[in-house]
Design a protein. Structure first.
Ligand SMILES: CC(C)(COP(=O)(O)OP(=O)(O)OC[C@H]1O[C@@H](n2cnc3c(N)ncnc32)[C@H](O)[C@@H]1OP(=O)(O)O)[C@@H](O)C(=O)NCCC(=O)NCCS
Length: 182
């Protein structure tokens, strides 16, 4: 696989690079679209990048070099979540699916107790929603007005997941939505 996850030491060697990455890019589909250095420093101090729940990595690509940031979240829970942020110059080049597939493989090969891996995105983050589908994830929920937007109306939050058994067998099991009325 062309993708390597390189551990980030947020309070040590990687601190400056992490602050620079987060403050030099815009993230139009995140709640905080243009984080400030102070906000990132506060998040580092609060353990948001590395603690019992969070583990952050640079995404290093065999051909392209460092293309972005990946954080595994909720690691002390049964179901981890994630945050994926490509650098602006690497967005829209077809890398997301491969990266999410690599992250999925990492979860299921290194966390034997984990049965499902989850993610959420805004309804209008079409690229991310396509990436979920490409990586074999399944949409499970659509939370209407569930995503706050600064200075605007809330949009929906869409939830996806992948099951270990689907990952192992290479299948994609759809959600049966009408089971109650069947
Ligand atoms: C969201 C993100 C991870 C997607 O990865 P990516 O490598 O840029 O996505 P891709 O280039 O593989 O595009 C995926 C699909 O979306 C389509 N697409 C890409 N940008 C699009 C856009 N702005 N509008 C509509 N479709 C778009 C592509 O054509 C592709 O379609 P296909 O699967 O039919 O071929 C990346 O753009 C990113 O890091 N964005 C900023 C941070 C972010 O929003 N992260 C998500 C947090 S959950």
């Amino acid at each position: 696989m062309a993708v390597t996850f390189t551990p980030i030491d947020p309070e040590g060697a990687d601190r400056d690079e992490l602050v620079a990455f987060m403050t030099s890019q815009t993230f139009p589909f995140h709640v905080r679209t243009s984080p400030t250095a102070e906000q990132i420093s506060d998040a580092i101090a609060a353990g948001a990048y590395r603690d019992d729940d969070n583990a952050s990595f640079w995404i290093d690509h065999a051909e392209h070099g460092r293309v972005g940031f990946f954080r595994f979240e909720d690691l002390s829970e049964d179901t981890p979540l994630f945050d994926l942020r490509l650098a602006e110059q690497w967005r829209g080049r077809g890398l997301g699916g491969e990266i999410l597939a690599a992250a999925t493989e990492r979860v299921f090969t290194t966390m034997p107790e984990v049965r499902r891996f989850e993610g959420q995105t805004r309804e209008d983050n079409v690229a991310m929603r396509r990436v979920f589908v490409r990586a074999g994830w399944v949409q499970e929920a659509y939370y209407r007005e569930g995503w706050p937007v600064e200075g605007g109306e809330p949009v929906a939050s869409v939830a996806y997941s992948v099951l270990r058994r689907d990952w192992e067998s290479g299948t994609v099991t759809p959600v049966v939505w009408d089971a109650a009325s069947a």
